[in-house]
Design a protein around this ligand. Structure first.
Ligand SMILES: NC(=O)c1ccc[n+]([C@@H]2O[C@H](COP(=O)([O-])OP(=O)(O)OC[C@H]3O[C@@H](n4cnc5c(N)ncnc54)[C@H](OP(=O)(O)O)[C@@H]3O)[C@@H](O)[C@H]2O)c1
Length: 351
């Protein structure tokens, strides 16, 4: 269903080739708006209110080969906004969803590879990947819930945490880490224990949102040696690594229970080209497939790739409504100022 109020061109940040975001990203106001008449039958077009700026977007801009996707491409995947147009079959797959509904969600890798992203005025995405925003949650918080909130929900499901557990969250001050600390605290309760790594300046904030103990990763490097020394007697039941440090998993038997679970999402070190990406993929294959009897790490391992869908989005919205998940947002930026964001520690959003 086309909408006459959608302008033919829009503001969008886009890049025409691989490189460092600061070098290749350009803001234009005459970028062609995704046409409502070209929407997939099950897709919607969203008028973006907020986009969460993520480290993953910078990684994709700097490592994806040009031939793999349509250029110019708009980065970022998750957003909050309002439905601007609906594909011809949306009434069947998502009955009740209507134009102007306030939503949060995320677009797909497939649409991203066709050049569509959320750092623009409009973004297409499958109707299955948006949910109506709860009234009490602001558009600003909803964009954060669509990305790191959904990631935290999926990590916690994989970890199967329960009351009384002891959990380590590596990267506890980050966008994902701050969500995990809050939810983990609520699940393990006062009889459990939440330990999180962060830099010294963020320690107070991380304790305020629920950690019992913080570890300054800069002071205790390598982290796995510190953990083996301090946490080998009372080991962890679960470890969530939002940074992606291979040694943390490789040495985990020294501080993670035999039946403990290790979930990784991080790729913070994948920044500088394809060799780094392939190295990361290789380490994931080793962690998942290398047989224990041939020296594989004898601990349960999962690499979570978060997907915003009806279930994960609704769950993160519900947790936020109950006050168990409050996005920690360190700054908010106008669309024009995206390149000034730099390496922000928690989360930054675009109006
Ligand atoms: N798989 C998925 O579905 C998925 C979803 C979301 C994110 N991710 C990935 O997860 C990672 C984290 O994302 P995010 O948005 O949470 O990042 P973020 O907001 O930038 O947070 C990074 C966190 O890592 C800490 N940190 C930085 N360098 C570190 C180091 N060398 N050792 C230990 N901790 C370090 C930071 O601590 P301080 O700031 O206190 O120094 C902070 O707590 C990224 O690689 C991102 O691409 C994956």
């Amino acid at each position: 269903m086309a909408s006459s109020s959608i302008p033919p061109t829009m503001r969008a940040w886009s890049y025409k080739g691989r490189g460092q975001p600061a070098d290749v990203l350009k803001l234009t106001s005459d970028f062609t708006t995704p046409s409502p008449s070209n929407l997939g039958p099950n897709d919607v077009l969203v008028r973006i209110e907020y986009t969460a700026l993520t480290p993953s977007a910078s990684t994709l801009i700097s490592v994806l080969p040009n031939w793999i996707h349509t250029l110019p491409a708009v980065p970022e995947l998750v957003f909050s906004g309002r439905i601007a147009a609906l594909g011809s079959n949306v009434a069947t797959v998502r009955p009740g969803l209507t134009k102007d509904d306030p939503v949060f969600g995320g677009t797909t890798t497939q649409l991203y590879l066709k050049g569509h992203g959320a750092l623009a005025d409009y973004c297409p995405c499958p109707a299955e990947q948006v949910v109506v925003k709860p009234e009490d949650i602001s558009f600003r918080d909803a964009a954060a819930l669509a990305g790191n909130g959904v990631t935290a929900v999926e990590i916690l499901e994989a970890l199967a945490l329960k009351k009384g557990d002891k959990i380590l969250i590596n990267g506890g001050s980050g966008a994902t880490g701050t969500m995990l600390v809050q939810c983990a605290r609520a699940i393990v309760g006062e009889s459990g224990s939440v330990v999180a790594t962060c830099s010294e300046g963020n320690s107070e904030m991380v304790k305020r949102i629920g950690a019992d103990e913080t570890i300054d990763y800069r002071k205790h490097d390598p982290l796995h040696e510190y953990l083996a020394k301090e946490h080998s007697e009372t080991r962890f039941d679960a470890i969530a690594d939002t940074v992606g440090i291979q040694d943390l998993y490789a040495h985990s038997p020294e501080y993670l229970h035999e039946n403990g679970r290790f979930v990784n999402i991080g790729a913070m070190h994948v920044q500088s080209g394809l060799h780094s990406l392939f190295g990361y993929i290789w380490s994931q294959c080793v962690n998942l497939l290398w047989p224990k009897i041939l020296g594989g790490t004898p601990r349960w391992y999962k690499m979570v790739t978060a997907t915003p869908n009806q279930s994960t989005l609704s769950r993160s919205g519900e947790l936020a409504e109950k006050g168990l998940l409050t996005p920690v947002i360190d700054s908010e930026w106008e669309m024009e100022d995206v390149l000034e964001v730099g390496s922000s520690t928690v989360i930054s959003l675009l109006i």
